[in-house]
Design a protein around this ligand. Sequence first.
Ligand code: TMP
Length: 238
Amino acid sequence: MQKLEQIYEGKAKKVFTTDDPELLIVDYKDDATAFNGLKKGTIVGKGIINNQMTNRLMAKMEKAGIPTHFVKELSERETLVKKVSIVPLEVIIRNISAGSFAKRYGVEEGIIFDNPTIEFSYKNDELGDPLLNAYHALALKLATQEEIDLIKKYSFAVNDVLKAFWLECGVTLVDFKLEFGRLSDGTIVLADEISPDTCRLWDSKTHEKLDKDRFRRDLGGVEDAYAEIMKRLVEHDL
Ligand code: TMP
């Protein structure tokens, strides 16, 4: 399958058409941004890791009965995916307090919740992805009630599968962000990526951060953390 025309360039990926109108090619970049693009940098090799990690994790989701846009890995950085129109909601699941949750509610990082939380942001860079609830999403016609219910169900199911898998790798899944899309017939599928860019992943023993927070917070060792988390995945995903 060949790339035809670039139709989109985001902060971390480019998207191309193919000769099949229902299929697109995603090409992962090494570019990294944070704080809605205010902080810019490069994480060498990130595109390869995020592509390969996302694909392995998407395959696990399919196995668990969660439909995804994943079709086939084409190369180190390129993957064939089903064409979707993205539901403009960022879905965040949290198992442990961190990041904007800790800041917003004035609590420390590392509080283990009895039950996971879910929140939505309106995917809109100009507005800085504002937080909203399901009523707001309905009022803005971003999704239907049925779609929101399905997105919630799938997101918690993703959490169960991901949390259990990372635990086997000696990694604690703190939180993560998902995006969903609609196929041409309206079917909701998991889209975008599942990677150290979009998840907080802490070493279970040392609590060392093995994700993009190393870049966001200038902690150093960014490339090493991405390589380490990929190594753990490959070792346990045979
Ligand atoms: P937050 O604590 O900054 O709200 O982030 C929650 C999770 O979502 C964390 O795992 C990082 C991920 N995330 C993204 O993937 N994209 C984003 O733009 C933001 C703000 C967070």
